[in-house]
Design a protein around this ligand. Structure first.
Ligand SMILES: *Cc1c(COP(=O)(O)O)cnc(C)c1O
Length: 463
């Protein structure tokens, strides 16, 4: 005998909509069938579980649950967001944005066939690595250059190709983790080189390096402390002194710069303490490695520049095949190098944003505050304020860049709720929380996105 209650549950279970009906209800804008079906099935399954738990649900409730699931799903797709965090090179948000000149180069090369590995003059196979070599040599003053997938790959290939089964000397102050999953000691061990730590976390002297060099030593590695800054009683050895020591003792000196600043005017004051690639080369490093999508303002890539015979050896290494760059990257990179060679830095979005004047940022912040004025009807406090941005992405730790932001405070909703509303709205905006206010920092927002930014914030916070 089943109870009347169980009867009710069975009846409600039987009357749950079919997956197909929920798919149809999702409408013409729903994603392609396998995705729409999976979402609808999940919504029906969830409804079934709730009915079993004694609830009763209308079709509309199931339909809106499916629509919500779909929304979460489409947010997970790779898509454009507005970076209002004030962090210019934000690793989680895709680091350096590419500009029109770079994108044109990508479209030109990627939408058809290209001479990626073809020597047009000779009419036979060429090298994909040849394209970036000449501009990199011209920009950095190095003898030769090789481009791989990212700077971690550049370092891995360098250590594997030049230091496998040998000791690599590194200061304890530089055994760092960069960007969560990239740790210098792990890259070293993956390369088959043996780590020889010297000095202490805060102080390492030239004598520590001198004493550590022995018959097993392959190289001295210097890692630019790009995502942290040590203050107080500290000491590190200059690249030039390490290069001299390494040369005198017949070992290599590898300088992993990461941030990849190539110096062409005009540069901002906050960049003064950042080492440039040319300086690292001129200081005598055998190899310098750096990223393409940090201060270089280009696509994700890893540059290895240095002495010709070393670069040639790395170019012959079988691991290179696994770390090779794609044609789209090479096209964007080539365009980036040409911009740097011409000195037309305004063609790089990163540099446009990095060097935008405080006056222009203030004007945009005030204009945005004005456009958000309708929110004051709900009691939202809106104020254009001076703010501090940072480069991020492992460059210039501790160096603030002046900026302007719009600060929001809601009479009822917490700052976390506001942050979430902007993040999960249509046209997501990632903002920053500071002193219990939500800051929409304009330093890393392209002026062309100001309209979309205003619309997104209004939509997300209007009742
Ligand atoms: C960022 C960084 C890397 C890693 O660069 P990716 O291009 O992200 O692989 C390596 N070394 C240093 C010093 C860095 O700052």
């Amino acid at each position: 005998m089943t109870s009347a209650g169980d009867d009710g549950v069975s009846r409600r279970l039987r009357s749950l909509p079919s997956v197909e009906r929920v798919v149809r209800a999702l409408g013409p804008d729903a994603p392609p069938p396998p995705i729409a079906t999976a979402v609808a099935r999940l919504a029906v399954d969830r409804a079934r579980a709730r009915v079993r738990a004694g609830e009763s649900l209308s079709f509309e409730e199931i339909e809106s649950d499916a629509a919500r699931l779909l929304e979460t799903r489409s947010r997970a797709r790779l898509s454009k967001i507005i970076n209002a965090t004030g962090v210019l090179i934000h690793t989680n948000l895709g680091r350096s944005p590419l500009g029109e000149v770079q994108m044109k180069a990508v479209r030109r090369v990627a939408s058809g066939y290209s001479n990626l590995e073809y020597d047009i003059d000779a009419g036979r196979r060429g090298s994909r690595y040849a394209h970036a070599r000449a501009p990199l040599v011209a920009l950095t003053g190095a003898q030769s250059a090789l481009v791989v997938n990212n700077c971690a790959a550049a370092l891995l290939l360098t250590l594997k190709g030049l230091c496998q089964d040998r000791e690599v000397i590194i200061s304890r102050g530089e055994l760092v983790e960069i960007g969560g999953e990239f740790r210098i000691p792990d890259v070293l061990s993956a390369s088959g080189a043996r780590l020889k730590e010297i000095g202490t976390t805060n102080r390492t002297h030239l004598i520590d390096y001198e004493r550590a060099i022995g018959p097993e030593t392959g190289a001295i590695l210097k890692v630019h402390p790009s995502n942290y800054k040590m203050l107080g009683f500290t000491a590190a050895v200059e690249a030039r002194a390490l290069a001299r020591l390494a040369r005198g003792r017949g070992v290599l000196f590898i300088n992993d710069l990461g941030s990849g600043l190539i110096n062409s005017p005009p540069r901002a004051r906050w960049l003064e303490r950042e080492p440039t690639v040319e300086a690292a080369v001129a200081d005598g490093a055998d190899i310098v490695t750096f990223s393409g999508d940090k201060l270089l303002g280009g696509p994700q890539a890893g540059m290895i520049v240095g002495r010709s015979e070393l670069i040639d050896a790395l170019a012959r290494h079988p691991l290179l095949r696994a770390l090779r760059v794609d044609k789209m990257t090479l096209a964007a990179l080539e365009a980036t190098f040409e911009i740097l060679l011409r000195g037309t830095l305004d063609e790089l979005p990163l540099w446009r944003m990095a060097t935008a004047s405080l006056e222009s940022l203030e004007g945009r912040a005030r204009a945005l505050a004005g456009r958000l004025a309708p929110l004051t009807d709900q009691g939202v406090k809106i104020e254009a304020i001076a703010s501090r941005a940072v480069t991020g992405g492992g460059s210039l730790p501790g160096e603030d860049i002046g900026s302007w932001a719009v600060a929001l405070v809601h009479p009822e909703r917490s700052v976390d709720e506001l942050e979430r509303a902007l993040r999960t709205g249509d046209g997501p905006v990632i903002a920053r929380i500071e002193d219990d206010r939500l800051l929409i920092d304009l330093r890393a927002v392209a002026p062309a996105d100001d309209d979309a930014l205003a619309a997104s914030v209004l939509a997300a916070l209007s009742l």
